[in-house]
Design a protein around this ligand. Structure first.
Ligand SMILES: [Mn+2]
Length: 291
């Protein structure tokens, strides 16, 4: 559901000449369910392409119901199983999944460098910043099926590599930028910092989805943190769920802590979802235990 995923889709669509396909944007925690949902009431399954997603056994077996699967990713994970018609192309050294998709399909595009910049949180040019803001704004404003449609639309617009098309999002981005400015103020005010085993740890808690790079960048102005933890608490059917995001300014391996909570990602950027409330003291204990 992020810029890397959207750009991966855009490159793929370009490769197949913009043909109509069914597209699902999802998260690692939802991947198996999304695949199962996509299977319903289909006579012919055909090919499934999965981009920019770490998987696990359940998702792999679910995907394997399709006639053939091409799974292209750059997260750090071990599929563990080999299914004959599931082709896994995982390059955990790649800056973006889009760069692996580009290489696989033999596509050269300025979009690949843009995906690299956004996924590494090292945005240098105007178009990369614009695309990051538009996708952030869409995710802030829309959800569910509507968000899915909007993200597919922008992937199709990006196929042209004509970035002047993106002016239609200007007013939405303006509105979103105002919200981002308020978020930055909240981060400055509400971040809690701790030190465990000589590691500087910063926590930001929220009840709404937030772009994690903003929090990491705002905190980088204050200090160099070894672990930045963003805790997003959501209530579903009376139960509190915790979405955790981990980043680092100092190169500490944060994949380790995400894996402890059943998540995954990259060494320098990772996340996990837990069907329960996870508090700051609990996470501090975990850091003490595993680092
Ligand atoms: Mn990615």
């Amino acid at each position: 559901m992020d810029a890397d995923g959207v750009i991966s889709l855009s490159l793929f669509l370009k490769r197949i000449g913009g043909t109509k396909v069914r597209v699902y944007f999802t998260s690692p925690a939802q991947l198996r369910d999304t695949i199962c949902h996509s299977l319903l009431r289909r006579r012919d399954l055909g090919e499934l392409y999965i981009f920019d997603m770490a998987g696990e056994h359940g998702a792999l077996y679910a995907a394997a119901i399709y006639d053939s699967v091409i799974w292209i990713d750059h997260h750090q994970w071990d599929p563990g199983i080999q299914l004959p018609h599931v082709k896994l192309i995982i390059d955990s050294g790649a800056k973006s999944a889009a760069s692996v998709v580009g290489k696989y399909f033999g596509i050269n595009s300025p979009l690949i460098d843009i995906a690299d910049q956004i996924d590494m949180n090292d945005v240098k040019d105007e178009n990369a910043e614009k695309i990051r803001l538009i996708i952030g704004a869409l995710r802030w404003k829309f959800f569910g099926r509507e968000l899915n449609t909007k993200l597919e639309k922008i992937a199709r617009q990006l196929m042209s590599e004509d970035f002047s098309l993106l002016t239609e999002y200007d007013s939405l981005v303006d509105e979103y930028s105002k919200w981002l400015a308020k978020l930055e103020e909240r981060v400055k005010k509400d971040t809690k910092t701790f030190s465990v085993k000589n590691l500087k740890i910063a926590f930001f808690e929220t009840t709404e989805s937030v772009p994690v790079y903003i929090i990491s960048n705002v905190l980088a102005e204050r200090d160099s943190f070894d672990i930045i933890v963003v805790l997003i608490y959501k209530v579903r059917r009376g139960r509190t769920l915790t979405k955790m995001e981990f980043r680092t300014h100092t190169g500490i391996d944060v994949l380790k802590i995400a894996k402890f909570y059943g998540g995954g990602g990259h060494k320098l950027a990772s996340g996990a979802s837990v069907n329960d409330i996870v508090t700051i003291p609990e996470i501090l204990n975990t850091v003490d235990l595993i680092y």
